[in-house]
Design a protein. Structure first.
Ligand code: ZN
Ligand code: ZN
Length: 241
C-alpha cells in the first residue's frame, strides 16, 4: 500500500494524500464487514489516475483487514468491474443480486413534482448559511446529501425549474406552487433533497454547517462548523453550541 494512504477510522474513511490534498473513500464498518459509501477525488487532482490509485489501495486495505465487502459507491463498483481480482472480497449477496435499497419520495408543496432517492444519504445535517436562509425563508435548512446517481425525478419534470446564484448550488423548485424540492451541487456530485420533504425517512444529522451565520442556536451537541468541514472544502473550524 502506498505510504500516503491511510485508514482514518476517526473520520470513517480511507485517505490518499497527494500534494497536500486528500482524496478519500468513506465507509461504514461493522464486525467483519465494511461498506464503501462514497469516493471523492477533489477536482485539482483530476486527470492523474488518482481515483484508480485510491480504489486499488482501498481494496487492498479491505483485504488486509480481512473484511467482507459491500459497495454502495458507483466509483468503486465501476473500478471493480475493470479489476475483477477484487471480486472475491464481496460479501455473500453483495454482488449483482444485492438486497434492494430503500427508496424515499419527496414532493413539492402542490404535489405536481416528485423526486425519488435510493439507498442512504452520503451525509446529513443542518445548514445555517445566508443563502439557505434566504432561499427557504427559514433560519435553518435540514439537508440530506445523496449521490446524484441515486436521485431521480419521478413525476412532473416539466414543472421543475432551476435557479443558480453560484456555480456550487442549482436550486430546484416547482413552477406551479413555488415549493422547493432539492439543490444540486455539481462540484460535489451530490444533491441535497430537503430532509423534511422525504416521506418515511428519518433525518440523522451529524453536523451543523455555516454556523457563523446562524439565526438561532441549536444545543444538540453536534459539531458546529464555522463554514464547512475541511473535507468539503471548508476551514474545518468549529464554534461552541
Ligand atoms: Zn408544486
Ligand atoms: Zn446553506
Amino acid at each position: 500500500m502506498p505510504n500516503n494512504f491511510s485508514d482514518n477510522e476517526g473520520r470513517e474513511r480511507f485517505e490518499l494524500a497527494v500534494d497536500g490534498t486528500i482524496a478519500f473513500v468513506t465507509y461504514r464498518k461493522s464486525p467483519g464487514e465494511i461498506t464503501l459509501v462514497h469516493t471523492e477525488v477533489p477536482p485539482e487532482l483530476g486527470g492523474r489516475g488518482i481515483g484508480s490509485k485510491l480504489g486499488r489501495a482501498t481494496l487492498d486495505a479491505v483485504r488486509a483487514q480481512g473484511r467482507k465487502l459491500r459497495v454502495e459507491c458507483d466509483f468503486v463498483r465501476n473500478f471493480m468491474t475493470k479489476n475483477t481480482a477484487y471480486n472475491d472480497l464481496l460479501a455473500e449477496g453483495a454482488g449483482a443480486h444485492a438486497e434492494p435499497a430503500a427508496h424515499y419520495k419527496a414532493g413539492c408543496f402542490c404535489g405536481a413534482v416528485e423526486v425519488e432517492v435510493m439507498g442512504k444519504p452520503v451525509f446529513a445535517g443542518y445548514c445555517h448559511c445566508a443563502d439557505c436562509q434566504a432561499w427557504s425563508a427559514a433560519p435553518i435548512n435540514a439537508f440530506s446529501l445523496w449521490k446524484s446517481s441515486d436521485v431521480r425525478v419521478a413525476k412532473g419534470e416539466a414543472e421543475l425549474a432551476t435557479f443558480h446564484k453560484t456555480e456550487n448550488s442549482y436550486r430546484k423548485f416547482c413552477k406551479r406552487c413555488g415549493g422547493h424540492v432539492m439543490t444540486e451541487h455539481p462540484r460535489m456530485r451530490l444533491i441535497d433533497v430537503y430532509a423534511n420533504l422525504l416521506k418515511g425517512y428519518t433525518h440523522k444529522p451529524t453536523l451543523h454547517a455555516n454556523y457563523a451565520s446562524k439565526m438561532v442556536s441549536v444545543r444538540d451537541g453536534l459539531p458546529k462548523y464555522v463554514d464547512l468541514p475541511a473535507d468539503l472544502g471548508g476551514s474545518g473550524e468549529t464554534l461552541p453550541d
